[in-house]
Design a protein. Structure first.
Length: 292
């Protein structure tokens, strides 16, 4: 159990202001998605963060202070899940949370720490998305509303003529049967910590997944930083994909060309740099939970 004496105590005027700013930022980040949901509309790029990760936009609106922070004058949170009352106020129940999610916290820590310890690999060029439609028929593509920029034959030719090295299990598991043997590695859930690397766009997007799985132990500001980064990465993911996203106002990153490959690698490196402090902070949350 964390020692309340060592916790940071926030006065109501301080934490309620943070709560207010968080709600405003979250509403700005998720507003368009919420409006689309109300109209029954979908967006093949932006909605990925709500469909694949399965958390509705409203889930991000609630602010949490993170582990080791006592909120004075927060009696309304005493009955919230994974909160407890302590001398001076209310805080996240770290010990109770980790007792229920220990395996998840350990996996998150292992993956985050191991990923930070590796140099980014910048030569995958987003070919995971191409491998997901390799040798498919038009009715089999995942985003049926978007045409393939090079057509089916052109897309297959790109996959067949490139080195495929996807290290991310959750991308690899969507490869078509003909693309699976083309991948130089066969990542599994069990070896995730041994395979993840910081240049991988999906590993970077997954910082949002880890932040949500560790919630409410993750400070709200960190959660939104991870969500915002994931959204930016998703845009590149689809711009570099085989799909024609021009109807969505996006210019393609033509990874089948030398110029496109260089453009993609630059963006990868920038995202890896943005992700590193977030990955470190999430690993710190895991360590704090495991010490509770």
């Amino acid at each position: 159990m964390l020692d309340p004496v060592l916790d940071l105590v926030l006065d109501p005027d301080v934490w309620r202001e943070r709560e207010r700013r968080h709600a405003e930022r979250a509403a700005a980040l998720t507003g368009r998605a919420a409006e689309r949901r109300a109209r029954g509309e979908a967006h093949p790029v932006e909605d990925f963060l709500y469909t694949y990760y399965s958390w509705a936009p409203g889930k991000l609106l609630r602010w949490h202070p993170g582990v080791g922070v006592v909120l004075a004058g927060a009696d309304e949170r005493a009955g919230w899940a994974n909160y407890e009352t302590v001398p001076g106020g209310v805080r996240v129940d770290a010990a109770g949370l980790v007792s229920r999610r220990r395996a998840t916290v350990r996996l998150a820590r292992d993956v985050l720490v191991a990923t930070r310890g590796r140099a980014p690999q910048l030569a995958c060029f987003g070919l995971h998305e191409w491998a997901m439609v390799h040798r498919t028929r038009p009715e089999e593509v995942r985003h049926a509303g978007l045409p393939l920029r090079l057509g089916h034959e052109g897309t297959d030719a790109v996959v067949d003529s490139h080195r495929i090295r996807c290290t991310h299990h959750d991308a690899f598991r969507f490869f078509t049967p003909t693309a699976v043997p083309l991948n130089e590695v066969q990542p599994t859930r069990q070896d995730q910590a041994a395979q993840e690397q910081p240049g991988c766009l999906h590993a970077t997007m997954d910082l949002y997944r880890w932040a949500m799985k560790l919630s409410p132990a993750v400070p709200g500001e960190l959660l939104l930083d991870c969500f915002e980064l994931a959204g930016d990465v998703r845009v590149l993911d689809m711009r570099a994909s085989p799909y024609d996203v021009s109807s969505l106002g996006l210019d393609p990153v033509r990874i089948e060309t030398a110029e496109g490959k260089a453009q993609y690698a630059r963006a990868q490196r920038e995202f890896a740099q943005r992700a590193d402090p977030l990955r470190a902070a999430l690993a710190g949350v895991c360590e704090a939970l495991l010490r509770a």
